[in-house]
Design a protein around this ligand. Structure first.
Ligand SMILES: [Zn+2]
Length: 121
């Protein structure tokens, strides 16, 4: 994969944020560093970087897809009910093994805690 200036900017935005960001958050923060960054460019870069595992998608039910840099280990997340921001919890945590109901296929799992962040408390 070619590392373009746009992709470098997105990776830097995710690194600096230290938490999973939505496409809108990436776009907003990316534009602070690179004024010309357009939504189509961001979408394409995210799609390609996700396919190449430079970036991983984080999906919570009823929430927009978020993106973060690949972590060393599985970790839970915390979502603020006030501002909807999602934070990484720096804890090593393995999802429990489950036996899905008959006919169900598991494609992923997440451990999510919720509450309020310091800005919203
Ligand atoms: Zn908050």
């Amino acid at each position: 994969m070619r590392i373009t200036k746009q992709r470098e900017t997105i990776l830097e935005v995710l690194r600096n944020a230290g938490r999973p960001l939505t496409r809108e958050e990436i776009l907003k923060k990316g534009r602070q560093q690179m004024g010309r960054l357009g939504p189509a460019t961001v979408d394409r870069a995210i799609r390609e970087m996700t396919a190449d595992f430079y970036v991983v998608g984080v999906e919570f039910p009823g929430q927009p897809r978020r993106y973060e840099l690949p972590a060393e280990s599985e970790h839970p997340h915390f979502i603020c009910r006030g501002c909807n921001r999602v934070f990484d919890l720096p804890i090593k945590m393995q999802l429990p093994e489950i036996n899905p109901p008959s006919g169900f296929k598991v494609s992923g799992g997440e451990i999510i805690y919720s509450g309020t962040c310091p800005d919203c408390a």
